[in-house]
Design a protein around this ligand. Structure first.
Ligand SMILES: NC(=O)c1ccc[n+]([C@@H]2O[C@H](COP(=O)([O-])OP(=O)(O)OC[C@H]3O[C@@H](n4cnc5c(N)ncnc54)[C@H](O)[C@@H]3O)[C@@H](O)[C@H]2O)c1
Length: 223
């Protein structure tokens, strides 16, 4: 049975990805900073000492853990910039760094990083977030070429706006309305966490795909 670890699995997209991979027959470790659910692993992806032992002996790694910040650059305190990069960029890097040697020793593996459409187009009031997700996309491509000979495939999904606890929080805290988020979508609706899990599951097992950046956004970046 293939062994997988999903970060950020306590909520939203990560929870849907973990459920989907279990349904596909993988042995899945759900990891999260808080509340990973029964049998899950409490893991802070920013902390190399916690990450290193958790990444041993994996066939599949899905990096979903992430945080946001809704400010322009002049309004972004340095600590906020650093926090966003610590989870989104450094956390993804650390998990990959420590998963790859074990995967290479097992003859291969599959890594899927969850980035964002914010890596591909400018989203208003999200300077640090967009930059950190751009780093995730660039890291995905760099790892894909470095580890192709190890049999390790590294791909990323760029979701558009998905109806998750995160987006519900954003609506509560920032005053952005769900209606406004829906209205900017060509399909007139937000994505579901299951629709992103579908894309992740595809890349986990797409044997000819590496370095692929798969946008799943209801047409947001096409309009
Ligand atoms: N919801 C969207 O519209 C959307 C769009 C594009 C990309 N994404 C990305 O998808 C991912 C998941 O988003 P979501 O909407 O499910 O959010 P969410 O807030 O519902 O879930 C994120 C999870 O990450 C965990 N987490 C945060 N910091 C962590 C850390 N240091 N170590 C381990 N876990 C940590 C949180 O505890 C939480 O359970 C994020 O990377 C986000 O940037 C979301």
């Amino acid at each position: 049975m293939k062994r997988a670890l999903v970060t950020g699995a306590g909520s939203g997209i990560g929870a849907a990805v973990a459920q989907r991979l279990v349904a596909e027959g993988l042995d899945v470790v759900r990891a999260d900073l808080r509340d990973p659910g029964e049998g899950g692993l409490i893991l802070d992806v920013r902390d190399e000492a916690q990450v290193a032992p958790a990444m041993r002996d994996l066939d599949v790694l899905v990096n979903v853990a992430g945080i946001g910040a809704t400010t322009t650059a002049p309004d972004t305190p340095l600590e906020v910039w650093d926090d966003v990069f610590a989870v989104n960029a450094r956390g993804t890097f650390l998990c990959c760094k420590h998963a790859i040697p074990g995967m290479a020793a097992r003859g291969g593996g599959s890594i899927v990083n969850v980035a964002s459409v914010g890596a591909l187009v400018g989203l208003r009031n999200r300077a640090a977030y967009c930059a950190s997700k751009g780093a995730v996309v660039a890291l995905t491509r760099a790892l894909a070429v470095d580890h192709v000979d190890d049999g390790i495939r590294v791909n990323a999904v760029c979701p558009g706006t998905v109806d998750s606890p995160w987006v519900r929080r954003l609506v509560d805290e920032s005053g952005e309305s769900l209606e406004a988020l829906r209205a900017r979508q060509p399909m007139g609706r937000l994505g579901t966490t299951e629709e992103i899990a579908d894309a992740v599951a595809y890349l986990v097992s797409a044997e000819f795909a590496t370095g692929t950046i798969l946008t799943i956004d209801g047409g947001l970046t096409t309009a």
